[in-house]
Design a binder for this molecule. Structure first.
Ligand code: ATP
Ligand code: MG
Length: 396
């Protein structure tokens, strides 16, 4: 590959005033961590920019693909650099850039220069004009189009000279870890992995909790959830997945409570337990894949009842999304296929034929009074939680 350097552009995090270095450091750390197994990359932070210097041999496509999953990066620019900054060096660098990056030179271009070092003797307009002129004389097949060029050649004059024309889109968002930690209720469905991805994109570190009900739910259903956690961990970083045995609680609810209220009561216990685990791990919010009206347990009345047991904020990033939009995102982040594998979920096994769509909180609370001994079962479920740390395959 012709490039041995990338320039990383980051948007939002550039505007954080005094906190800016915290965001930049978090981003550098994420980049270092993610690229570690791909080779000996050097990451340099300098005046609002991050540069990645590549080892002599590396996999360009894989490197770009890894960088595209790092929240906080807006653009990835493969770049050529020259430490010599005299006029002739700039012109030579631009010639070389075109020769190597665009062997077929049938395009129109425009040169845009930025003089970050204001001491530099020529201003940006002059540099652009000089470069344009040189490129046209060396490659007469090129044309200039200042309004709608096929290729925009960027020349930046800093402590070195940088030339680039490609800006590969990054994932956007904020570097993971800069906005605290949340506990994701991760099921094997389509929605919750997407919800985790979205909150993580805002810079939140994600832990997860999964409720299973052996022997009613299988080991394969659990593996599926682990796989989903692994897929999103390419974006979120390693996930501490807490696996809760929910069988006894579910059976107790099933035996003692009105069947049309099963799902709501079950959800309330999931929330209570998730909150307990979150308190233990220092997470300050819960995240679910709920979306208004998607199923009976996601009407306003149902979510009112579910939410009533939580003290922590509950984040529902998909709350106003249509299912199709969620599916589109699931496909984009690579979870859809795994989510749609047909393994049973603990909620579907104990589901009522006609669940309430307008549950009344006082009635739900009354039904829960029938659950004698439930607190002990909750204690047991929390204390026996199995914790596994899930990383994307390639980091293992
Ligand atoms: P999903 O596709 O995320 O499973 P869903 O539309 O199937 O969503 P529900 O089954 O009603 O929705 O669950 C709503 C939310 O409750 C899920 O998005 C998830 O956050 C949480 N949840 C449901 N079941 C479980 C479970 N077994 N373990 C952990 N969280 C769960
Ligand atoms: Mg589900």
């Amino acid at each position: 590959m012709v490039f041995n350097e990338f320039l990383i552009k980051y948007g939002e995090i550039g505007i954080k005033g005094n906190n800016r270095h915290v965001f930049e450091d978090a981003l550098v750390k994420r980049i270092k961590h993610s690229l570690k197994r791909l080779g000996d990359f050097t990451i340099v932070k300098e005046r609002g920019r991050i540069y990645i210097y590549c080892p002599s041999e590396y996999d360009y496509d894989e490197t770009v693909s890894v960088l595209q999953k790092i929240f906080g990066i807006v653009g990835i620019c493969p770049v050529m650099e020259s430490k010599d900054r005299d006029e002739e060096s700039i012109l030579k660098l631009c010639e070389k850039y075109i020769a190597e990056v665009y062997p077929e030179r049938n395009f129109s271009f425009k040169v845009e220069s930025r003089r970050i070092d204001k001491e530099y003797p020529r201003n940006s307009m002059e540099v652009s004009a000089d470069v344009g002129e040189r490129l046209l004389s060396v490659y007469p097949e090129l044309t200039v189009d200042v309004h709608d060029p096929d290729v925009l050649i960027n020349v930046e004059i800093r402590d070195s000279i940088f030339v680039y024309s490609k800006i590969i889109p990054g994932a956007g968002g904020m570097p993971v870890g800069t906005a605290g930690k949340a506990m994701l209720l991760l099921s094997g469905g389509i929605d919750s992995p997407v919800a985790g991805y979205m909150v993580s994109k805002r810079g939140v570190f994600i832990d997860a909790v999964y409720f299973h009900a052996p022997p009613y739910t299988s080991e394969r259903a659990k593996e599926k959830v682990i796989d989903l956690a692994r897929i999103i961990s390419a974006y979120t970083g390693p996930i501490r997945l807490n696996i809760i045995n929910f069988t006894d609680i579910q059976l107790a609810i099933y035996e003692k409570c009105p069947h049309e209220e099963l799902t709501i009561i079950m959800r309330r216990y999931m929330m209570r337990i998730a909150e307990r685990i979150a308190e233990k791990t220092g997470a300050q919010g819960l995240v679910t894949g709920e979306s208004i009206g998607q199923v009976a347990s996601q009407t306003m009345a149902s979510m009112y009842c579910t939410n009533a047991v939580c003290r922590m904020p509950v984040y529902r990033p998909l709350v106003a999304f249509d299912k199709n939009d969620i599916i589109e995102l699931a496909e984009k982040i690579g979870t859809f296929e795994t989510s749609t594998l047909p393994y049973e979920d603990c909620c579907t096994i104990f589901v009522a034929k006609h669940p309430v769509t307008k549950p009344v909180l006082s009635r739900i609370e009354k039904s829960e009074e029938l659950l004698t001994g439930i607190d002990e079962l909750v204690e047991k479920a929390v204390s026996e939680a199995e914790e596994i740390i899930v990383r994307k395959y390639s980091e293992e």
